[in-house]
Write a protein that binds this ligand. Structure first.
Ligand code: ZN
Length: 431
């Protein structure tokens, strides 16, 4: 009996040691060291010289000044002549919207084809140094499909927080008002009344969205809506936010006009998208509620330069002219007042992969380069409630790391040419 038990014990020990060996072998094979010439601590703004980042199984496990002596067969990535910082984050993208199509091509393209366009777009975005994006608005849950394929390791792309169809009123910015009534065209997120809105939130949650987007005012790229005009009552907005938060989802409200912004902040949304027409009272309200502003101050330039050629109707071009200038003034006011800002660019309105172009506009209209970088890292991570995993190069965080040729605190445009991209310890780009 004793012998038998001993035998079982020794077999168990052997299996256990083999198991440990396998594990340790796997770990060492996945260990990566990055030699960073300059490394930005985005939290303090401090630039550290000659740092070694140790990555194990996709996570940052140490940041030290020297490479250890015995590293075995671990991989070393030499970025000693580069400037290293955490991957960038864009909180307002339309990943399945493709600019190469003309304005009304939505009517001729199936959601399946558009999703394939999305696959191409997310790769471009990742290669531009954006390791996290939030997608705000996609019918047929196309963004859910793209996110799932990325998470399954089937296609390259950033980490995605996705919204699925945007909620909105009949005839509002989040509806489609281009066709006459006999077509019965209606966007998938249209919901009127608090209970219908709650039901739509529940449906989006059922189909696995991370965030709820709704339209609180008219918009630039819709027919017959006024950007300054509120859409949804306070009661409806309250219902959307309450329902979303109950399910652990954050809420993004598209809002240009002052009244719509106020109503949305009062309802408790997590971020205001665009935030074009701000006044002092609205800014104070945002500060009081801790609401993030996601202000897309670059794409105006693109729309005014290329919009007509891309088939954007005159009505929308005129709205853009009116909104763009005012939005930049509002941006300056909000930055001065200390509202929490994230980088949100409306990618898809301009070509995917140009997301970093907005950073220089943010510095032009009031931010320091560090503030602009923080909006695209720390603050965006906080908005997504992912601040314990992304947005910094820090022990325990995902190894989402990019590098550029020179110090972006001196010249922010250097971030438009990211030469190294790593996500979860995997290298996607190295020049
Ligand atoms: Zn948008």
């Amino acid at each position: 009996m004793i012998t038998h038990r001993n035998k079982i014990n020794s077999i168990f020990t052997l299996v256990l040691s083999l198991f440990i060996l396998c594990i340790s072998h796997k770990v060492s094979a996945e260990k990566v060291f990055i030699k960073a010439g300059q490394l930005l601590d985005v939290s303090s703004g401090e630039v550290l010289n000659n740092q070694v980042i140790t990555i194990d199984s996709g996570l940052i496990i140490s940041i030290k000044s020297q490479i250890p002596n015995n590293i075995g067969d671990a991989k070393v990535i030499d970025l000693s002549d580069k400037f290293v910082l955490p991957g960038l984050m864009d909180m307002h993208t339309h990943a399945v919207r493709n600019l190469s199509r003309t304005y009304h091509d939505d009517y001729f393209q199936s959601p399946h084809r558009a999703t394939i366009g999305g696959v191409v777009n997310v790769e471009k975005t990742l290669m531009a140094g954006f390791t996290v994006i939030r997608n705000v608005g996609a019918d047929d849950y196309m963004d859910v499909a793209v996110r799932n394929a990325i998470n399954a390791g089937e296609i390259p792309g950033p980490r995605m927080a996705v919204s699925g169809p945007s909620l909105g009123i009949t005839g509002g910015h989040c509806d489609d008002n281009n066709l006459n009534h006999s077509f019965k065209e209606r966007k998938q997120g249209v919901a009127n009344g608090p209970w219908a809105a709650r039901q739509k939130v529940r449906e989006n949650v059922k189909y696995q969205v991370d965030v709820i987007k709704f339209c609180a005012t008219g918009g630039v790229f819709s027919k017959g809506t006024k950007v300054g005009q509120r859409q949804y009552t306070q009661e409806e907005m309250n219902a959307i936010v309450d329902e979303a938060h109950m399910h652990g989802r954050t809420v993004a409200a598209h809002a240009h006009g002052t009244e719509g912004i106020k109503y949305a902040i009062q309802a408790g949304v997590d971020s205001i998208e665009h935030a074009s027409f701000l006044d002092k009272e609205t800014i104070e309200l945002a500060k009081k509620h801790g609401t993030f502003f996601s202000m897309d101050i670059y794409n105006t330039e693109y729309t005014l330069a290329e919009g007509v050629k891309n088939g954007v109707p005159e009505e929308n071009i005129n709205k853009e002219k009116r909104v763009g200038a005012r939005q930049r003034q509002s941006f300056t006011m909000a930055v001065k007042a200390g509202v929490k800002m994230v980088l949100g660019t409306d990618a898809g309105i301009y070509p995917h992969g140009d997301n970093a172009k907005q950073l220089s506009r943010m510095t032009k209209f009031g931010m320091t380069p560090l503030q602009a970088i923080q909006s695209a890292t720390l603050n965006s991570a906080e908005l997504l409630k992912w601040q314990d995993k992304v947005g910094q190069i820090k022990v325990g965080y995902f190894a989402d790391i990019i590098a550029v040729e020179s110090n972006p605190l001196k010249d922010i445009t250097t971030l438009e040419n990211v030469t190294f991209v790593m996500k979860a310890g995997k290298v996607y780009k190295k020049q």
